[in-house]
Design a protein around this ligand. Sequence first.
Ligand SMILES: [Zn+2]
Length: 310
Amino acid sequence: MLRSGRGRVLVADIGATNTRVAFVSDDGTVVRKTIGATPREGGDPLVIARTIASMIRTIASEDEVRAAGRIGISTASPVDRMAGSMVRPPNIPFAVVPLADPLGKEFGVPVHVVNDSRAGVLAEVRYGAGRGCTDVVYITISTGIGGGAYMGGRLLEGCDGNAGEIGHFTVETRYGLCCGCGGVGHWEAYASGRNIPSFYRAWLSREGRPSGESSPKRCESVFSAARSGDADALRFLDVLGTINGRGISAVIAAYNPSVIVLDGPVVRQNAEFILPQMERSINTHLRWPAIVISPLEGEAPLIGASLIGG
Ligand SMILES: [Zn+2]
């Protein structure tokens, strides 16, 4: 699965908020990147493939697409890797989103679709914090929480390409918060960027504190409040650390990795309020892996998309 690249590969990364299209060189360098909003409106899921096609045309000629030889797409969604589609993305309002078929027809090259965290772990193993390691788990905490596992020297995929959906591990039952997938108590329902504010409100309410209009509506506001010394925000981040510690403990129990690479803006921008609180709550039953922040500056899913297929 992890192949040696030659030349440039055309890639796209479909996030819940933004879609990025670029070339990735065989040394992992991202070039000619363009960014646009991920379409969320209307009833036609083909709008996502159409958007990617028009973004590709802004950075590449027909000849350049043909020279690249293939298109790798990473996406913040479960996938059907054989069909090359997104399936029931929890944070994008379409049920099934065909990608490989429409884009393959449009450009005449093979199109490979992978979950963004599985792409992320491939990038870390090739170019980032997992270099030289055979057992690595990549975890991104952004709009949602995703994971990718590289075990025994190969990507762990599962029958559809969805092994490693760790954001849907059940980590809490007292608050009963609902996940975008429809489940209850999932890690993502508490600790993702989208859901931290609602968990904060639920926690304030349980503590008997006012949780009305004044409570933060955005994830970053919770961390800014902590940075300015707000006692409630600081206590809440200890509770959030317990949730994250349970999630990491489950990852360690499931995969026994030597390295866990953390990525995503929630972690990268707030490491001082995430890591110490989380580490206090990790089980000591099994050997602790090294836990490190991704050195790839948010580009791991895009870079990893260049490492599939071929
Ligand atoms: Zn879930």
